[in-house]
Structure formats: C-alpha cells, structure tokens
Design a protein around this ligand. Structure first.
Ligand SMILES: Cc1cc2nc3c(=O)[nH]c(=O)nc-3n(C[C@H](O)[C@H](O)[C@H](O)COP(=O)(O)OP(=O)(O)OC[C@H]3O[C@@H](n4cnc5c(N)ncnc54)[C@H](O)[C@@H]3O)c2cc1C
Length: 377
C-alpha cells in the first residue's frame, strides 16, 4: 500500500495551491489525484490543434484580484498579459456595452445624455413602474434599471440561464445591478487583471512540479481511498454530497456546455465574449479566445469560437450552485457531517457549495495552509 503525508483530491486551484505549499514549504509527501484526465480543474486551458489558439475548456477565465497576497503568490508561477475584460451584448441585431453604462443608455434610447442627465433619466424610467417592494427577480431588476432595459438585457437572458421565469426567482438573488453613468467599459474593477501569458495549465504544471508531489489523473477518490495510506490528512475539493454518498440528497447545480467551431475568418466578433440576450438565440454567449491573447498575434485566417449553452446538471460537470432554500438546507445537513470527519480538510467550490472566483479559492487555500502550518488543522 502506497503511503503519503497528505492526499489531495482535486487538481484545481484549491488542491494545487495546498499541495504546492505543503510540498515546498513543509517538505511533505503529497499525492494529488483528479478524476479528470488533466490538471487545472475548471481553469484548464488547452491549445486547439487545428488553429493553434489556446482556449479555456470550461469557459473563459479572467484572472482579477485586489488581494495583494494572492497576486504576489500567483506571480510566482506566471506573468500576466495586460488583458482587461469587456462584455458586450447583442440585442435585436445591435451591440451594447455591459454592465449598463452611459453608452448602453444612449445607444439603447437613441439619445446623447451627459452623466448627470443619465442618472435623472434612469430614475424617471424606474419611477414609471411604481414598484415599491419588489417580490421577485423581475420586479427587483425593474426597480433597479427600469422596465425597458430589463426586458432587453435581463429578462430573456435570465430565462435562458436559469430555465426559470424571473417572476418565480426570489428578489434576493440580485442585490444590485451595476449601472455606470460614464463610459467605463472595464468589466472588473480589481487592481490586478489579466490572462496568464503562457496559459492557465502552465501555472498548474509549475505548482505540481516538486519532486515530493505525485499526480495521478483519471483517478476517482472513491475508487482508490482504501488503497492509499494517508498519514496526516485528506484535502478534499470534490463535491460534498458525493463524499457522504448523497445521504441528504443531491445538491443542485446549473451547468453549461460548449459547442466548438472553427470559422474561416481572422476575427469573428472582435471581442472575447459576446452575450446574446434574446430567447430566440439558443446560446447565452459566444467566446472567441484569440482575443484573450492579443500579444500572441495568432497567424492564419481562421478563428475558434465556442457557443455556450445553459443546461441541466446531469452530475457530470457542476458549474454554478443554485442557492435556493432547499439546497441551502441540504448543505447545512452536510456541514454537520463534515465537522465530524476529523481526518478531512474541506475546501474549494465543490466542497463549500459556493461560487468562488479564482482569487477567492487561492486565498482560501493559502489560509488553510497557514492553519496547517500552525497546527490548527
Ligand atoms: C463558466 C465559468 C467561468 C468562470 N470564470 C471565472 C473568471 O473569469 N474569473 C475567476 O476568477 N473565476 C472564474 N470562474 C470560477 C473558477 O472556475 C473557480 O474559482 C475555480 O475553478 C475553483 O477551483 P476549485 O479548485 O475550487 O475547483 P475545480 O477547479 O472545479 O477543481 C476541483 C477538481 O476536483 C476534481 N474532483 C471532483 N471529484 C473528484 C473525485 N471524486 N476524485 C478525484 N477528483 C475529483 C474535479 O475533477 C476538479 O478537477 C468561473 C467558473 C465558471 C463555471
């Protein structure tokens, strides 16, 4: 029977960061397993063989953070390009900026307001709907941006994404909808942003490179757990409900699927992500990954695009937790069981049943490592 100090389940950011720290800082022998055939979890990037264009298999990932500790840590494994994310949306054959900004308002209403006029204008639009206490997502969104903008950019997109009528989604799902009364087009406000110069997968290769880390892919924890001797702890970043054999039922996720296509033009849409807000367009977004690396100047007159579809979770690839009452209660039940597993350390999006950005996961993993280092875990 093989023996390790730590067994790390999942080679995404949560598992990889802890494994790297345990190996490099504490000299521990670590086995990292992943049931997929690659490292990197949902951040995995790969080069398309036909076009040479690198793409993110599980959806476009933009690194952004204002956390100095995370930024310093990740820069030990990669440099970043200067990419700044911008999101555009197509509605009735016209293209608009998102989040809603001054350009969106002026283009949509065919006016030319200044920032101070736009704010007043939108308030008047919102007042028309006379909603005082929004009871559902639809009413909440209208109370934030007015009915016309809601119907153009939010209503049908939400139906496509969640497969639910916005009137049946609790108002609490959205606390606010960002509206900018200027021409700022940058999607994120974080201090540091970009795409790893040599792709995400290279980061994981470097993190998991130390000699005292072994990586085994195509390896499901539940099939090998009795074959490995773990001296200290199991770091588990897989789905929590699976760990407990679905004792309290399944936690639900919304998932997405991607349809890849090579297009015979150099530039298909002029940007990395284009949303489609209308229900009659079956996909929610089109990704064109060559725009994530303008510094590479990809040669050739072809481009790669990925159409994104929102779909039911069949247990294969969970993407977004659905934090409704039932799921929250189910998770609470699992949480009680988790506390009793003294040999397991939990973390990452699947074990915490949370949507995290990459920087949050890295920050959480660094905190867990520090607790291990101080013998608090
Ligand atoms: C469509 C989409 C777009 C996103 N875009 C961004 C973005 O632009 N910026 C950003 O900061 N964040 C983004 N994120 C979030 C980002 O993907 C997550 O923060 C990150 O992947 C979480 O890392 P993790 O290690 O927790 O989980 P994961 O990356 O999912 O890693 C968990 C790993 O555990 C493995 N595993 C599960 N069960 C088992 C088992 N039984 N045995 C062995 N292995 C197992 C899985 O195969 C997986 O590889 C996006 C997420 C999605 C869904």
């Amino acid at each position: 029977m093989k023996s390790y100090d730590y067994l790390v389940v999942g080679a995404g950011f949560f598992g990889a960061v802890i494994a790297e720290r345990l190996a490099n800082e504490l000299g521990q022998r670590v086995l990292v397993i992943d049931k997929r055939d690659h490292i990197g979890g949902n951040c995995y990037s790969v080069v398309d063989k036909k076009t040479g264009i690198e793409f993110h298999k599980y959806g476009t990932h933009i690194f952004h953070t204002s956390d100095r500790k995370v930024w310093d840590y990740i820069n030990g494994f990669t440099e970043f390009n200067g990419y700044r994310h911008q999101v555009l949306t197509t509605y009735r054959n016209k293209t608009y900026q998102l989040p809603i900004n001054l350009e969106t308002i002026n283009a949509f209403y065919d006016i030319n307001l200044k920032p101070y006029e736009a704010e007043k204008f939108l308030k008047a639009e919102i007042a028309k709907s006379k909603i005082k206490n929004p009871k559902n997502l639809e009413e909440k969104a209208i109370s934030l941006v007015g009915r016309r903008l809601y119907e153009a950019f939010i209503k049908e997109y939400t139906i496509k994404q969640w497969k639910r009528d916005p009137k049946k989604i609790p108002a609490g799902i959205i606390a606010r909808l960002p509206v900018r009364y200027n021409y700022n087009e940058s999607y994120y406000r974080d201090i540091w942003q970009g795409i790893p110069l040599r792709g995400y997968s290279r980061i994981f290769e470097r993190m998991l490179n130390p000699e005292n880390i072994n990586v085994e892919l195509n390896t499901d924890y539940f099939q090998i757990k009795d074959l490995i001797k773990v001296k200290k702890k199991v770091i588990y970043s897989g789905p929590v409900d699976r760990f407990f054999d679905y004792t309290f039922g399944k936690l639900e996720w919304r998932t997405v699927s991607f349809q890849k296509e090579i297009i015979n033009v150099k530039d298909f849409q002029g940007t990395s992500v284009m949303n489609y807000s209308e229900l009659k367009v079956p996909y929610t977004r089109i990704h064109e990954p060559k725009h994530l690396h303008e510094e590479r100047n990809y040669a050739g007159n072809k481009s790669l695009i990925l159409r994104e579809f929102s779909c039911e979770d069949h247990g294969e690839d969970p993407y977004y937790p659905i934090p409704d009452k039932r799921n929250k209660n189910t998770y609470k039940c699992y949480k009680n069981l988790m506390k009793k597993e003294k040999k397991v350390i939990w973390g990452g999006r699947l074990a915490d049943y949370e949507y995290y950005n990459m920087d949050q996961v890295i920050s959480n993993a660094l905190s867990v490592f520090e607790k291990i280092q101080r013998n608090q875990l």
